[in-house]
Design a protein around this ligand. Structure first.
Ligand code: ZN
Ligand code: ZN
Length: 244
């Protein structure tokens, strides 16, 4: 091991991707947090697309992607790590999160069906202010782990409010209509390809679906999706009392 890497290991020991406690040696997750990684369970009835139990399925009616993989689901303690990467620029979390995304792709038999990796892009202004795009960082890391190329295939056509600022599903899907377009020079890369779309967090899958639709319109063969955290909104009960 290189001296600099060894020194870095002493000064900044690897930390668990979920609880952030120091790990004794090279590692991604502590034994106590292993249970938060979502493994598909073939013995239970699950949606064939998002792999969630049927009651929690996030897939809408008209889907443009084939499958969605996420290693962390719902209100897991891993949520904080994904938020820290997204909102607090903790880029050291990219590597372990991508590691578990790759595990999720493998466990759902998706890895072999990927020719090319891309990501859901931020709008240009936000990208410029932040200096990086965390979905792009995850996609690049996944490209290293899978040996597939990564390319920026999509861009945002107009400025719209961030999805996480909109509470209702209908606003989220309406907010996205026609929002993505292919990067002009990348058009030949899309046709006939099996593409993996990467994002950090998905809630209803609406962003993935709109981006997948754009790729399919421009000739992609199939689109798969992967995110670090799938955070479905709890289904609202009907006949709830209002005004409280
Ligand atoms: Zn832990
Ligand atoms: Zn589903």
């Amino acid at each position: 091991m290189k001296l600099t890497k060894r020194l870095a290991g002493i000064v900044f020991p690897p930390r668990c991707v979920v609880c952030r406690s120091p790990l004794p040696r090279d590692g991604m997750i502590c034994p106590g947090c292993e249970r938060y990684v979502n493994h598909p369970d073939p013995s239970r009835s699950r949606c064939a697309v998002c792999f969630l139990p049927q009651k929690e399925c996030v897939c809408g009616k008209k889907l443009y992607y084939e499958k969605l993989a996420a290693p962390f689901i719902g209100s897991t303690p891993a949520k904080q790590s994904v938020y820290d990467m997204k909102f607090r620029q903790k880029l050291d979390l990219v590597k372990p999160l991508a590691h578990f995304m790759k595990l999720a792709l493998d466990e759902r038999d998706m890895t072999d069906g990927i020719d090319l990796i891309t990501y859901i892009p931020m709008d240009r202004g936000r990208r410029f202010r932040k200096g990086f795009d965390h979905a792009e960082e995850l996609a690049k890391e996944l490209a290293k782990l899978t040996g597939r190329p990564c390319a920026a295939l999509l861009e945002r056509r107009q400025k719209v409010p961030p999805q996480h600022s909109l509470k209702k599903r209908i606003l989220r899907s309406g907010n996205l209509l026609g929002v993505f377009e292919p990067v002009g020079k990348r058009l030949p890369d899309i046709a006939g390809k099996r593409i993996l779309l990467v994002d950090d967090i998905a809630t209803t899958g609406a962003t993935f679906n709109e981006a997948a639709k754009t790729l399919m319109i421009f000739g992609a063969e199939t689109v798969y999706c992967a995110c670090a955290l799938l955070n479905p909104k709890p289904k609202q009960k009907k006949n709830r009392r209002r005004g409280r």
